[in-house]
Design a protein around this ligand. Sequence first.
Ligand SMILES: Nc1ncnc2c1ncn2[C@@H]1O[C@H](COP(=O)(O)OP(=O)(O)OP(=O)(O)O)[C@@H](O)[C@H]1O
Ligand SMILES: [Mg+2]
Length: 282
Amino acid sequence: MDEIKNKIEAGGERIAKMNEAPTQSDESKSDAGFFPEFEHHSNTDIVVGIKDVEKTFVLGTNKVDILKGINVDIKRGEFVMLMGPSGCGKSTLLHIIYGLEAPTNGTILVEDEDIWAHSKNWRAYFRNQFIGFIPQQAFWIKSLSVIENVAVPGFIGGRGYRESIERAYKTLEIVGMKDWAHYRPFDLSGGQQQKVSFARSLLLNPKFIIADEPTGNLDQKSGVQLMDLIKEFNESLNITVLMVTHNPDQVNYASRIVKMVDGKIMDDIIDKEQINAMKHEA
Ligand SMILES: Nc1ncnc2c1ncn2[C@@H]1O[C@H](COP(=O)(O)OP(=O)(O)OP(=O)(O)O)[C@@H](O)[C@H]1O
Ligand SMILES: [Mg+2]
């Protein structure tokens, strides 16, 4: 554990260094006109503000209410687990926060930005710069190697090939996957792919990580390894985490459990003893 911690601390410094203000020669300069400029000075303790969020899907002539007025403020450094029965709307809520699916009503503030008041391109750039995402099943560009796949958010963010690859190598090193850099992602085990997926989510030093059942397809040991890694990042770099899980064994990683049922928040627990007791609930 100490070894991981040292690695992460060193890695955190390296990532912080990589994120220092770009120099004149930085290749991203040439893209300044392409991407909207960010004047980002948020010091708020609320990383994500979810206000009165509703979502209705229209299926043929039917309207189905999936989210029925969700209100949650997620504070900096929290490790929030979102739990609830299948179909209650957890992934839908994550997609709305990530800027992929528009809410029918309500507001999402991420780092004080009202993300749905902006354009689609703005959201894509914001997502790239501020949010890391770990899906249940990693998506890969098959023709690219592991390291190139990890570097993709760098290319998208307008950074040069070399800088993106260098960053990718460092994040792979941090999650213990550098020896696999030149493999094809599909040659890796599920657990290894999820570590690589985590490395990719860290590439641009996100303030906030969203994970939708990241251990859902993993064996127990790989699941624990990934959870330990995410938790170490959460604690040592104060990165806020919002994660969906069905696994009560994982509750002790969380600083807060939000329980959803049928499109509503039923419980919001921060008491550590109460959280630990949930481990024994079926
Ligand atoms: N694009 C869509 N169009 C229509 N209905 C949708 C769409 N996306 C999700 N739904 C419906 O919304 C409901 C909630 O789905 P969601 O994926 O958010 O559930 P979940 O809580 O993540 O479930 P699980 O634990 O199984 O992943 C489901 O009934 C689903 O069929
Ligand atoms: Mg889901």
